[in-house]
Write a new protein. Structure first.
Length: 202
């Protein structure tokens, strides 16, 4: 995905791990809380690939790792009274990737619909050979299509992107399949690595 961002001046990518969340945090009100800082400093939040486990957590509002904590701190589905010019809503884009049967589960559709109802943009998976060896729908969409979706969502907000990169994008499990496991990010952006995608490797 970095290759797809070449035209967006991907000059610096910061990589954050789950263990970085509280590393170095010692003083309340003095030290920064990482997930809050990332949510405040980036203009778009991208989950690519969005595995079934993280999808479920996002839909249910769970926040047990850095990526899901950033989502909970992300201003994209606020109550009407909380939305004003000083705290405008910011886009969330997700590119699901998982085994075909997992993708076709009714619960998966419910979780995707939940994210859509909150304003997230979904880049649907495509059909190809998956990491499990089967061929079918569930592979992550082409990086170029995902980047286009992010830039469209950003509109005139700029190109600072905070991306959650599942284990398959780093080289672990996940059913993004084939060459879909590229990293993602943007100018002054960051990558959040979560091991959750390993749960979808079968």
């Amino acid at each position: 995905m970095l290759g797809a961002l070449q035209g967006v001046h991907a000059e610096r990518i910061d990589v954050w791990l789950d263990e970085d969340e509280w590393r170095g945090y010692a003083s309340v009100g003095v030290d920064a809380v990482l997930h809050v800082e990332l949510a405040a400093s980036c203009d778009a939040l991208l989950f690519a690939p969005l595995d079934a486990n993280t999808l479920a957590k996002a839909a249910l509002g769970l926040a047990d790792n850095l990526a899901t904590c950033v989502l909970r701190a992300w201003p994209y589905d606020l109550l009407p009274d909380d939305v004003d010019g000083a705290r405008a809503l910011k886009p969330v884009v997700a590119a699901p990737a998982m085994n075909t049967v997992m993708w076709r589960q009714r619960i998966t559709r419910e979780h995707v619909d939940t994210l859509c109802s909150r304003g997230a943009a979904i880049v649907p998976p495509v059909a190809k050979k998956l990491a499990c060896g089967a061929t079918g729908h569930g592979a992550m969409a082409a990086p170029e299509d995902i980047v286009t979706a992010v830039l469209t969502a950003l509109a005139e907000r700029g190109t600072r992107v905070c991306a959650d990169v599942g284990a398959s994008a780093i080289g672990g499990g996940g059913d993004g399949g084939g060459d879909d496991g590229d990293d993602g990010g943007g100018d002054g952006g960051c990558l959040l690595y979560t091991s959750d995608a390993a749960d979808d490797s079968l």
